[in-house]
Design a protein around this ligand. Structure first.
Ligand code: UDX
Length: 428
């Protein structure tokens, strides 16, 4: 099948490459000429494991093409995926400017009707809005379909080929099965349902995962007061098949381009539909407070942070990505600097992105050890595995004071305490 994918961000590029790898002919479209030129050279525009290899492979097999001009390719395919950004507006609702612009462009250039599939996370009812924009001219029949993505950054390629489920929402069931058939080679649970139901499945899934994280973070805060160990509590909870072990890792709160945005958007969507989604208000509050509680713990131990040298290991919002959007690590660096600390930082992938966001007084170091030299405290702010496996004897010598604040509970507390470190995790 010939397919157009509009947008070459995390969702669009992974979807383009994934669909090409499934054997389809895919035209990736993006208005950003620089991005298109980068992709045409087989260069990945962001870090994602295995992305570069599959990009090169499918370019070489002529199943994958990129262009900045939708007009050039729109009449070569009958299915179009919309994978453009839906950033949050000030009130937290999803900004559909880019989605609307794409719908207007399709309306302008398409000679015949198409199936227009929204993969971007969009509020319930967006499919109808797209269809209203498209079906303005006679003689062409467009079908707007919802096919939400469930890709995790850092595991996006794996998630594309091994999804827990594929959801397609359409007004006409036959159209839904036509879209589902694009993924025939992928063996997983497949749900063809109403369009609004598919749109809501995405928001509900992300909001529930965020709720699990805020829940375990509240339990962690309680553990610190009653002397329990949140890691053990999570383990004991997780054996219950109705709860499951995933997303029960306490820490400094969730970040990224999805959870914060999607939880706020769902709350707005509910409010706009006359329903006060109280639980989500708490999920959001707990998450933003988690960073502050972590800083309060650091201040309790270290006293004034003014003129203190503190190392923050990790800048990305999680491991295996260079993405720093709504990263708790970035928030913590800024709070420390506001308190007068001299902050030295290191991240395996996210340094370039972080340099655009952090104050120029931030000391960017080439290795975790360089960042730890002369430091009076180490903060682990991203769950990169290398931060759990540092050469602790070397670290002990490098640091001015052997103090570890583990915002992600990834360090072996017995090991470092035996070496003389003062170790402060979350909820343990
Ligand atoms: C998420 C959803 O997992 C994915 O299905 C959806 O398509 C997009 O949003 P992503 O944002 O890439 O994916 O990252 P994820 O792995 O879900 O982690 C999100 C945040 O939660 C990160 O900051 C991570 O550190 C944090 N997290 C995750 C926890 O604090 N505890 C956990 O147990 C799991």
């Amino acid at each position: 099948m010939k397919i157009i994918v509009i947008g070459t961000g995390y969702v669009g590029l992974v979807s383009s490459i994934g669909l090409a790898e499934l054997g389809h002919t895919v035209f990736g479209v993006d208005k950003d000429h620089h991005k298109i030129n980068t992709l045409l050279k087989g260069q990945e525009p962001f870090y994602e494991p295995d992305l570069g290899r599959l990009l090169k492979k499918n370019l070489k097999s002529h199943r994958l093409f990129f262009t900045a001009s939708l007009a050039e390719v729109i009449n070569k395919a009958e299915m179009i995926f919309i994978c453009v950004g839906t950033p949050p507006k000030k009130d937290g609702s999803a900004d559909l400017t880019y989605v609307k612009q794409v719908a207007q462009d399709i309306n302008k250039y398409a000679k015949t009707g198409k199936v227009v599939i929204t993969k971007s996370t969009v509020p319930v009812g967006t499919g109808q809005m797209i269809e209203d924009i498209l079906n303005q001219k006679n003689g062409r029949r467009f079908f707007a379909v919802s096919c939400p993505e469930f890709l995790r950054e850092g595991k996006a390629i794996y998630d594309f080929f091994h999804p827990d489920r594929i959801v397609v929402g359409a007004v006409k069931e036959s159209t839904g099965y036509k879209v589902m058939n694009l993924f025939a080679k992928i063996k997983t649970h497949k749900i063809v349902t109403a369009r609004e139901t598919a749109e809501l499945i995405k928001y509900a899934s992300n909001a529930f995962l965020a709720t699990k994280i805020s829940f375990i973070n509240e339990i962690a805060n309680l553990c610190e007061r009653v002397g329990a160990d949140v890691e053990e509590v999570a383990k004991g909870m997780g054996y219950d098949k109705r709860i499951g072990p995933a997303f029960l890792k306490a820490g400094i709160g969730y970040g990224g381009s999805c959870f914060p945005k999607d939880v706020r958007a769902l709350r707005q969507l509910a409010g706009g539909s006359g329903y006060n989604f109280r639980l989500l208000k708490s999920v959001i509050e707990v998450n933003s407070r988690q960073r502050k509680l972590f800083i309060e713990k650091i201040k309790r131990v270290m006293g004034s942070l003014n003129q203190k040298t503190i190392t923050v290991l990790g800048l990305a919002f999680k491991d295996n990505t260079d993405d720093i959007r709504e990263s708790a690590a970035i928030d913590i660096v800024k709070i420390l600097q506001k308190a007068g600390a001299k902050v030295k930082v290191y991240d395996p992938e996210a340094m370039v992105n972080a340099k655009c966001l952090l104050h120029k007084k931030t000391v960017f170091c080439e290795s975790p050890y360089a960042a730890l030299e002369g430091s009076q405290a180490m903060i682990i702010a991203t769950e990169w595995p290398i931060f759990a496996d540092l050469s602790w004897n070397r670290v002990r010598v490098l640091m001015k004071k052997p103090v570890i604040f583990d915002g992600k509970n990834i360090v072996d507390d017995k090991k470092v305490r035996k070496l003389g470190f003062k170790y402060y995790p979350v909820g343990r």
